[in-house]
Write a protein that binds this ligand. Structure first.
Ligand code: FMN
Length: 151
């Protein structure tokens, strides 16, 4: 069975709501096993053991959260060369921007190197049903792509 990993961080709960919707969307695909891990608990074994990964983070100070950066710091050298072209996607929760988080996640991902397979989902402001639906779709898209062997 194909495996999908969601690695996220949330301080105030907004990104967590988005992550839950991504997970629900992914779990609609029965042929894929999806796991969700907080960034501070996720490790290189999680990354090496998955067929695709979705990163979720708030934008903090024009960057990703320190927790997601810590995940990249801890896994970069151990995973480098072992996850070549692993499909990934990302979602970002922010107040008014989000571009710094997206830019820097994409820059780091190129180093592993991972392969982005969906447009980033960026949401400014309160979590509403529209963004939850987009997150649900993101999770389902990744899982369906794995199940169908598209990625
Ligand atoms: C320390 C800190 C820095 C932040 N920096 C930014 C920022 O650079 N750009 C932005 O749009 N929002 C910024 N925000 C707002 C958060 O991205 C926003 O509140 C987000 O919804 C938090 O997600 P969470 O509820 O999952 O923790 C910042 C919030 C905090 C606490």
């Amino acid at each position: 069975m194909k495996k999908l990993l969601i690695v996220y961080h949330s301080q105030g709960g907004g990104t967590r709501k988005m992550a839950d919707a991504v997970l629900a969307g992914a779990q609609e695909e029965t042929g894929v096993e999806t796991r969700m891990r907080p960034a501070l608990e996720a490790d290189v074994e999680d990354l090496l053991g998955t067929d695709a990964v979705i990163f979720g983070t708030p934008e903090n100070f024009g960057y990703m959260s320190g927790a997601l950066k810590d995940f990249f710091d801890r896994t970069f050298y151990p995973a480098q060369g072992k996850v070549d072209q692993l499909p990934y996607a990302l979602f970002v929760k922010c107040s008014n921007d989000g571009s710094g988080a997206v830019f820097n996640i994409e820059r780091i991902a190129k180093g592993y190197p991972l392969r982005r397979v969906a447009e980033p989902v960026v949401h400014q402001g309160d979590v509403d049903q529209t963004i939850l639906d987009r997150c649900h779709e993101l999770g389902h898209t990744l899982a369906a792509g794995l199940a169908l062997g598209i990625f």
